[in-house]
Design a protein around this ligand. Structure first.
Ligand code: GAR
Length: 332
């Protein structure tokens, strides 16, 4: 019986998905991975599943359980506990640890009904309801509901301001938070505000830009609020003039690769600048380079440290970013 269960487990985890070309391309687009990477993921699933089956069988053989139902129950619990450990371990030599870490994180979050598919379904329903409600208001229609995707890598204080600003709006909703760091503050912010979260991976981001997921979420405008990866060409092409960034200095000065957060304020102070500020601009294929939409200045004091200047600049960002986003949205 144990052998039968192991075989079933293997079947479930690898063989069926491997032999179906339809499933292959579906998963490739769903996970936004290259074909080669998908093969490594399948191998990890298959080897991890086999190891789980073997380990489960070994452990079960230590007990003498007569009742079939009890045996099956314990076996299922056992393999459920062993499987995540097995695939995570196997994923390391195949270079897929980050994928499986994020995969398991999302899987458990879905099971806990915190986020993932269940949440997304709920959110879709909520968005549909919100759209319907908007359609009932004078002067608004269902198509008027504009959706923001906020990309952030850090604490997310700007993201929090934007979410707060559009809370209760019938015209604009934050439809997605996109983050490249599972431990970032913005991840907990998205969970607290019940906004769907898309955790992205480097390789997938730079090869495809997660365009399919953003289109599926019907995103109108992408807002970079402390997002530190360069935006890849496919994403720029798919959202032409629909990606904006905030930069904590007066561009074109103090922009470019490596110029983010404290590094910017440090450079401003070291160069003896008398003023700094914020720049909100469209995003193109170069760092901090697209057309400028808005700038606001603030003084740099002789006593300033990068931290005190950062606070002054952050205050400007919090005051102006969301209203500027609102204006940009009005023209879309
Ligand atoms: C903001 O100050 C933003 O201007 C900056 O990161 C900070 C994120 O803060 N972005 C850049 O430096 C981009 N080059 P937050 O996470 O508290 O919103």
């Amino acid at each position: 019986m144990c052998k039968t269960l192991s075989t079933l487990f293997l079947f479930f985890d690898s063989v069926l998905e491997l032999i179906s070309p339809l499933m292959f391309s579906h998963l490739q687009s769903k996970w936004n991975v290259t074909p080669l990477r998908l093969i490594f993921i399948f191998i990890t699933f298959a080897v991890g599943g086999s190891l789980t089956g073997l380990a489960g069988k070994k452990i079960m053989s230590a007990f003498e359980i007569e009742a079939v139902a009890l045996y099956i129950l314990i076996y299922i619990i056992l393999v459920t506990l062993l499987w995540p450990l097995a695939v995570l371990t196997v994923s390391i030599p195949f270079g897929q640890f980050l994928f499986f870490k994020s995969y398991l994180h999302n899987l458990f979050a879905r099971l806990a009904n915190a986020k993932g598919a269940t949440d997304q379904t709920n959110n879709k329903k909520a968005n549909a309801l919100e759209s319907k409600q908007a359609a009932l208001l004078p002067g608004t229609t269902q198509t008027n509901l504009k959706r923001l995707a906020i990309f952030a890598s850090g604490a997310g204080s700007n993201a929090a301001e934007i979410i707060h600003y559009f809370k209760g709006s019938n015209l604009v909703t934050v439809g997605l938070v996109v983050c490249n760091k599972p431990g970032a503050g913005v991840v907990s912010l998205a969970a607290a505000k019940k906004i769907p979260l898309l955790l992205i991976e480097k390789e997938a981001f730079f090869s495809g830009g997660y365009v399919a997921q953003l289109k599926e979420a019907q995103i109108t405008l992408i807002v970079l609020a402390g997002f530190l990866w360069k935006i890849p060409q496919p994403l720029i092409a798919a959202f032409s003039k629909r990606i904006i960034n905030i930069h904590p200095a007066l561009l074109p000065k103090y922009g470019g690769k490596g110029m983010y957060g404290q590094y910017v304020h440090q450079a401003v102070i070291e160069n003896g600048e008398k003023e700094s500020g914020i720049t909100i601009h469209y995003v193109d294929e170069h760092y901090d380079n697209g057309d400028i939409i808005f700038q606001q200045r603030c003084p740099v004091l002789p006593t300033d440290t990068p931290e005190t200047l950062a606070q002054r600049v952050h205050a400007l960002e919090h005051a102006h970013f969301a209203p500027v986003i609102n204006k940009v949205l009005q023209n879309l």
